[in-house]
Design a protein around this ligand. Sequence first.
Ligand code: C5P
Length: 227
Amino acid sequence: MKKITIAIDGFSSTGKSTLAKQIAKELGYIYVDTGAMYRAVTYFAMRHNFVSENHLDSEGLIKELPNITLQFHFNEEAEFAEMYLNEENIEIAIRTIEVSRLVSKVAEISEVRAKLVEQQQAMGKNKGIVMDGRDIGTVVFPDAELKLFMTASTETKAQRRFDELVEKGQHVTFEEVLQNVQERDYIDTHRDDSPLVKADDAIEIDNSHMTKKEQFELVMEMVSEKL
Ligand code: C5P
């Protein structure tokens, strides 16, 4: 059967990855969470003191980029591909609020983007892929057969992320999460290199009032038209 590329972009905490995972599973496609890759580089930068709340040593990080190897390894039990940095499983470490606070700063660095985009394009060269992020339909796969752009109200986004973090046992306040979601969306839409914008040919889905099942069914209908 014909294989296509599905690009899912949008704001933080709009349920991109949940939807992307479901679609990929249904179609037997590869799923790639590109946010995890930016988080992994951020985690590396934090460990090596290239970034903190009040400083960013872009040059130092850029020099170290050749020493960063990112891989996804499928965890059969969790039915989920986990992020590895230089052979170390960092899946849990990259989901903390500390990483969330710094990731958009690191994602502004063009050299970081170039390295990750190259790897993402290689992963999708045979199609049969669902990739989510901020620049997938605009930069990584401008020729993707199906492009989605996810939005939701700020309150909905913050509530989703808050519930997710609490479920993982993290101690955060709703206000802290709300502020982080707003800050990240601001930086992501205002940066010079590959800002978050809706591709001209992307279909916008505001899922503030949609269930996961409704979103899944809507997108599967769109997919079937492309196959
Ligand atoms: O998707 P997630 O919220 O985990 O992404 C974390 C951050 O990584 C985003 O806020 C954004 O700064 C950056 N990112 C990006 N381009 C992508 C994916 C993520 O700049 N394709």
